[in-house]
Design a protein around this ligand. Structure first.
Ligand code: TUI
Length: 314
């Protein structure tokens, strides 16, 4: 069964949770355009989460989800709000959602943890996950070490629950590749940053459009919080400091409020401009509906191409 059938939505596409970006209106826009919109709770508290969920319910009648960033100190209270509000799907990131699994399952909520390794994938299956979002390090934001290409088939072989591929997917070629690796759908983020409805500063969108393939970098490996961002002035300073810092605080000073600075103020020099490696392929602003539709039509084009390839093989 494909992801769209599993979730009763039009396309097998989940919107990646992007902290400070994926608001209720953004998530509703994705859901109204045929994908599964996800509210990114990022560093929100429980009350802000409730407001966003209620707002999203006003803006769409389609299914939508909520992402819990597990490094958030309010994660536990946010889970309670999600249960009270009766959300369709929960995705999790940047940690192990094991402690919350029973509560979410009892409430009949589908849980899709994001996993960066086979080990965590197996643990999440045992804990009762309904599906896994298997994310390669090509993604923007908090990342693991594996690539999508190597990780997805290994997880598909290791578990008996559906797998959704994420990381480095931005068009029909990526979606068809995900299907080839055994996934039932994809999660995408970077290619949605340039949606006309995406509520980020225009400088952020321009930075995505201008980025080349090699313009992102992973910062924070030395302090166990690897985050892929645009290789700007802040990233260069951070990487330099990672070679000789004395305390974590020195590094945190550089990233404190940096994501908000990029998203809201459009400071793409000293802000944290999270984006994935596929940014090099993202070239123009488009309406959300068009981005998702084009992903589906280009997947069909790839299928036609593959049929020709197979004829040549036979
Ligand atoms: O979560 C994400 N991407 C994110 S979260 C985020 S907010 C943030 N900002 C600055 C620093 C840190 C976070 C921005 N982008 N993606 C999903 C994801 N989860 N990628 C990798 C993981 C992950 C890593 C370790 C999931 C589980 C995990 O488990 C460790 C354990 O406890 O076993």
């Amino acid at each position: 069964m494909l992801l769209n059938q599993l979730l009763n939505i039009q396309y097998p596409i989940i919107q990646g949770a992007m902290a400070n970006i994926a608001t209720a209106s953004f998530a509703a826009c994705v859901s109204n355009s045929g994908g599964l919109g996800i509210i990114a709770t990022g560093s929100m508290d429980a009350n802000q989460t409730r407001i966003e969920i209620q707002k999203c319910k006003q803006l769409t009648t389609q299914p939508f989800g909520v992402n819990v960033m597990l490094m958030n100190p309010y994660a536990s209270e946010i889970i309670d709000v999600i249960v009270e509000e009766g959300v369709h799907v929960v995705t999790t990131g940047a940690g192990n959602p094991g402690p919350y699994m029973a509560k979410l399952k009892e409430a009949g909520i589908k849980v899709f943890p994001v996993v960066p390794s086979v080990g965590l994938a197996k643990r999440m299956e045992r804990a009762g996950a309904d599906a896994l979002i298997v994310e390669g390090g090509e993604s923007g934001g908090h990342v693991g070490e594996m690539t999508t290409m190597a990780l997805v088939p290994q997880v598909v072989d290791a578990v008996n629950i559906p797998v959704i591929a994420a990381g480095g997917i931005g068009d029909g070629r990526g979606m068809m590749a995900a299907f080839s690796l055994g996934a039932i759908g994809v999660q995408v983020g970077t290619c949605l940053l340039v949606a006309e409805e995406c509520p980020i500063h225009e400088n952020y969108k321009d930075a995505v459009i201008k980025a080349k393939d090699t313009d992102t970098v992973v910062t924070g490996r030395s302090v166990n919080t690897p985050v892929r961002i645009l290789k700007n002035q802040m990233a260069r300073e951070y990487l330099k400091l990672e070679g000789h810092f004395e305390s974590r605080e020195e590094l945190e000073k550089l990233t404190l409020g940096a994501l908000r600075k990029a998203v809201q103020e459009g400071d793409v020099k000293t802000g944290s401009v999270m984006m994935g490696q596929i940014a090099g392929m993202v070239k123009e602003r488009k309406p959300m509906k068009q981005i998702l539709e084009e992903m589906m039509t280009s997947t069909k084009d790839v299928y036609a191409h593959l049929q020709e390839v197979m004829e040549d093989i036979q």
